[in-house]
Design a protein around this ligand. Sequence first.
Ligand code: FBP
Length: 341
Amino acid sequence: MTSVDPDPPAPPVTGRASERLVTIERFLAERQPEHATGDLTALLYDLALAGKLIASKTRRAGLTDLLGRSGVTNVQGEEQQNLDLYADEVIAGLLTRGGRACALVSEERAEVRVVDGGGPYVVAYDPLDGSSNIDANVSIGTIFGVFRRVSTEGGPTPQDWLRPGRDLVAAGYVLYGTSTMLVYSAGDGVHAFTLDPEVGEFLLTWSDLTFAEDPSYYSFNLATSSQWDRGVRRFIEWIERDDTPTASQRYIGSAVADFHRNLLHGGIFGYPGTVEQPAGKLRLLYEAAPLAYLAEQAGGAGSDGRGSLLDVVPDDIHQRTPVFVGAEALVRRIEEFVADG
Ligand code: FBP
């Protein structure tokens, strides 16, 4: 029997390490397609600035009254953390004043926020993903997805935000961890920037990130596995066998952080449906679809167990979905096991 190293050294990151000092502003401007109006670039700047502001608060949360619960319950039935509300306010404020967004979909708001006189984009976002980890000082993040408005007359309508992930023009996240990183794609690969707190700039760390072929990690909350689809349980049995890819189990409980580690070192993150919650926990529009978009841009895949998450058209802005995102071979393997039932 081969002995499995429980803590293998992380393989090198599959992406081009930046040899030059490049700010996100410069990178976005250099990568802007010829026909671009600059609106998307400006909107991504606003999201980067929101990330800097939220990072400055999360870093000092224990020194301020921002830790803890707000006593208010959101549309998901979850008690909102003070930092959830702060992050939502910062993002909504910047995107409303920025003039590039016509509608905002937020995990923390029951309804869509329509921006008078807004621009051509709809932004769906989770202001702070992994809220249950805030007080424990574990990595959390902001997730966002950007759609181009399709309606032409009057104000934006549900046809502008009840969209499949396939229609995204950009997606990304800001990870508040050992360092603050912004990872995004606008349809031309996945790129990562690190916030240099001394100069207050997001500087390019890796461009064109892709999922490593050999997976190092699988990330599932196994505590609910007894309630999962038989196919998903068989996948876990398969990946834990000695004669299958050597992957270690790692689960942070912040989807953005679990996704990020697996993007850098190869692996899969999954949040299956259960008997009690067949649609799972994660939300399609502002958690699952943006992560699936990034996964596909990085040569991986995103699935609900039966097909691509990017082809699911939501009926509701807070619709939930089972989620499996990561290296393509592993996502396909899950789909096969689920199909076998
Ligand atoms: P929010 O914190 O944005 O509500 O996100 C949900 C989430 O925290 C994910 O980030 C994470 O993957 C999952 O829930 C953890 O759930 P559980 O505690 O059931 O494993």
